[in-house]
Design a protein. Structure first.
Length: 318
């Protein structure tokens, strides 16, 4: 199949529909979805059939995309009972296609099944259900590996000390002091223990915008495998737990069902349990530092403003 050569400089809804038709033989209506680096569209065929079309940025690492594809294919085989997006082939049987955008740049294209449900951030969640879900996911990933997952990555917790370099960007002063304490404790006390923990490929981004929930709080899906990485297993729970701590009057009590659910299906070691709360706090500290860097480049960054407000609430609540 010849690569689609788009004429328009901006890839909008019409172009997304053209891409879906050209590569996948799907005729549907496009709706733009949020995306930090890539263009994402919902392609709706009818009330029962919809897809997610991902048009990756021109600088996307194809090896990383291949790792994501391999991970999703593995999970479709090893975790068919879990509600996860399924990777779909184009009309030539390929999991990844290429197009030329209006500026002459090569972009990779993928198609995933649509996941129903609302985000955890927009609804109630059953933390015990989330813990079991993440535990089952990681059990299914025990036998998976990919060379591109072994990477240095700012969201990978073993390398969290790199965020010490951006502390000067964090405001206000009390938040910077709080984040400094977390990163310093990690460097001085937690890092060596983390080095002794089990390693495998993990999703690494079970946050409140990637976890989908049903009306009863049960888990209806997990999306966005772009941050997956070879890392200590316990970091998976550290990520989800970090976001579970937020907006809680009693954070520690609130996350206990999450830990119990995970431990029930994927038992944790004594060392993993010992450092887990520190890792939950570490994830939030890393998020603040990453947002601070983004805010320095874009002072009107609304995400950073909102996150700091929530972090301040979390700090005041313990």
């Amino acid at each position: 199949m010849c690569a689609l050569n788009l004429k328009e400089a901006v890839i909008g809804l019409n172009e997304a529909e053209e891409i879906a038709s050209h590569y996948y033989g799907i005729e549907g209506k496009a709706m733009a979805l949020e995306g930090e680096l890539d263009l994402n569209f919902r392609i709706t065929v009818n009330s029962e059939e919809a897809y997610v079309l991902k048009v990756h940025n021109a600088y996307a690492d194809t090896a990383s995309l291949d790792a994501q594809n391999a991970m999703l294919i593995h999970l479709a085989s090893q975790a068919s009972d879990l509600p996860l997006p399924r990777l779909l082939k184009d009309i030539e049987g390929q999991y990844m296609s290429a197009l030329i955008d209006g500026e002459g740049q090569l972009r990779q294209v993928r198609l995933l099944s649509w996941m129903d449900g609302k985000t955890w951030s927009a609804g109630e969640i059953d933390f015990y259900s989330l813990g079991k879900f993440m535990g089952k996911l990681d059990r299914s990933l025990e036998s998976f590996d990919h060379a591109a997952a072994h990477r240095e990555f700012p969201w990978e917790m073993k390398g969290a000390t790199i965020h010490l370099e951006s502390l000067h960007l964090v405001q206000p002063d009390d938040i910077r002091s709080y984040v400094t304490d977390i990163l310093t404790k990690f460097s001085d006390c937690v890092s060596a223990k983390l080095d002794s923990c089990r390693m495998q490929v993990i999703h690494n981004d079970g946050n409140d915008n990637n976890v989908l929930v049903n009306d009863d709080g049960s888990i209806s899906g997990l999306i966005d495998f772009g941050d997956s990485v070879y890392s200590p297993l316990i970091c998976e729970l550290g990520v989800a737990g970090g976001y579970a701590l937020m907006r809680q009057d009693d954070p520690i009590t609130a996350v206990l069902p999450l830990v119990a659910g995970y431990h029930e299906v994927n038992p944790l070691t004594a060392t993993e349990l010992e450092i887990l709360y520190d890792l939950m706090r570490l994830r939030l500290a890393m998020s603040v530092c990453m947002a601070a860097v983004q805010s320095a480049a874009d002072p009107e960054n609304e995400y950073f403003k909102q996150f700091l407000e929530e972090k301040e609430t979390k700090k005041n609540n313990g």
